[in-house]
Design a protein around this ligand. Structure first.
Ligand code: NAD
Length: 365
């Protein structure tokens, strides 16, 4: 049964780990390492079953392969899950034990924080292995990745506007930002500086008031998010917001935001957006700034270099849009194909032996 799941999704390796003393149980999935070591966060979740944990780690690790490939990074795709309740089961020894397991993989997988894990947990992992990112600044980490995610999302919105409206400026255009958390609030800052008319909604009234006060956003209600008459909808809160119920309501011409898994049913809903002439910036391409940030941690983190690398998101999205337009395929498929093309081309590069090749990705930390 497990091999079928692995083969169907094209994974290289799936490792189960168990520490009997701590009751630690987890899975690391390495999807593809053609471009480099598999990097992806460690999710801690009270999964209902081991099968649910396996499917989640397989799905998420495959997504990381595409995200790294489209962003032009020398990284493969991987992910880890720890089965447990993050509110009660966390401890220093648990994450150190996890770190020892990661060390045992010899650098084929590099972990990071994710849902249910924190910088502090990654600091504990760091005590046992160097194959971890998203650690504290004092230990050589890069700090909050959401600043780079916001910057990349802002550039992705600019690229979308350039493609759809042939305009270089956002001035005078309107947007709905859904979610004013770490990414959404910073994004609103960029957009307000560019003269956009910004409508926003957050379930947290304090965040909404803060955005109104600081950046002049116009608060709207939960039910006004999808049918607002605006140019752009920027999902920055949760996934699956584009679905059978919301698509008929949309009046926007562009969907471009930082949230993961925006399309509830990617195949179906991407086609519907194409059919309706709504330009969709694929989530894993527009929100790659956070991954670019941790990638830079692998080689003496430098914030300026990370920001300058994230500027590529503009051109990456333009290329995806042109391909989608030329081949009349959804932007999601254009993006997947571009990522696969890069992996295949780089794989063919490695067809001959090169002596003394410098380690291009991971410096000895
Ligand atoms: P966050 O938790 O800091 O903020 C989320 C915000 O959304 C909160 O203010 C919350 O109150 C609000 N919210 C929750 N439910 C809502 C709803 N139904 N309607 C409106 N607002 C709602 O998260 P974040 O780090 O800002 O990330 C935002 C999204 O971007 C998430 O989907 C995340 O997976 C994705 N993302 C984030 C990063 C990153 O670097 N932080 C990277 C890639 C993708």
């Amino acid at each position: 049964m497990i091999f079928k799941e692995i083969i169907d999704r094209g994974h290289e390796q799936v490792s189960y780990f168990h520490d009997p003393t701590l009751g630690l149980k987890g899975i690391v999935a390495i999807h593809n390492t053609v471009l480099g070591p598999a990097l992806g966060g460690c999710r801690m979740w009270n999964y209902k079953s081991e099968k649910d944990a396996l499917i989640d780690v397989l799905r998420l690790s495959k997504g990381m392969t595409y995200k790294a490939a489209i962003a032009g990074l020398n990284l493969g795709g991987g992910k880890a899950v720890i089965i447990g309740d993050p509110k009660v089961d966390k401890s220093e020894e648990l994450f150190r034990s996890f770190g020892r397991f990661i060390e045992g993989l010899g650098g084929r997988y590099i972990t990071a924080e994710d849902v249910g894990t924190s910088i502090k947990d990654m600091d504990h992992v760091r005590m046992e292995t160097k194959y971890v990112t998203g650690i504290s600044k004092s230990l050589g980490g890069s700090g909050d990745p959401s600043l780079l995610t916001s910057f990349g999302t802002y550039l992705g919105i600019k690229a979308s506007v350039k493609f759809k409206y042939k305009k270089d400026s956002l001035d005078g255009l309107s947007i709905v930002v859904q979610g004013l958390g770490s990414v959404g609030m910073e994004l609103v800052k960029y957009l307000s500086q560019d003269g956009m008319k910004i409508f926003a909604y957050d379930i947290d009234a304090d965040r909404l008031n803060l955005a109104k006060k600081e950046y002049g956003v116009i608060p709207i209600g939960e039910n006004e998010v999808y049918d607002q008459d605006v140019d752009i909808y920027a999902p920055c809160a949760l996934g699956a917001t584009i679905n059978d119920e919301t698509i008929p309501k949309l009046k926007c011409n562009i969907i471009a935001g930082a949230a993961n898994n925006v399309l509830k049913n990617p195949d179906k809903h991407a086609k519907e957006l194409l059919h309706r002439g709504i330009l969709y910036a694929p989530d894993y391409a527009i929100n790659a700034g956070g991954l670019i940030n941790v990638y830079n941690e692998l080689d003496d983190y430098n914030r300026e270099r990370a920001f300058s690398q994230a500027e590529a998101i503009y051109d990456i999205l333009m290329d995806i849009f042109y391909k989608s337009d030329k081949e009349n395929i959804p932007t999601t498929i254009a993006s997947d194909r571009k990522a696969e093309e890069r992996i295949n081309k780089i794989a063919s590069l490695k067809s001959f032996y090169l002596p003394n090749r410098r380690k291009a990705v991971l410096k000895d930390r």
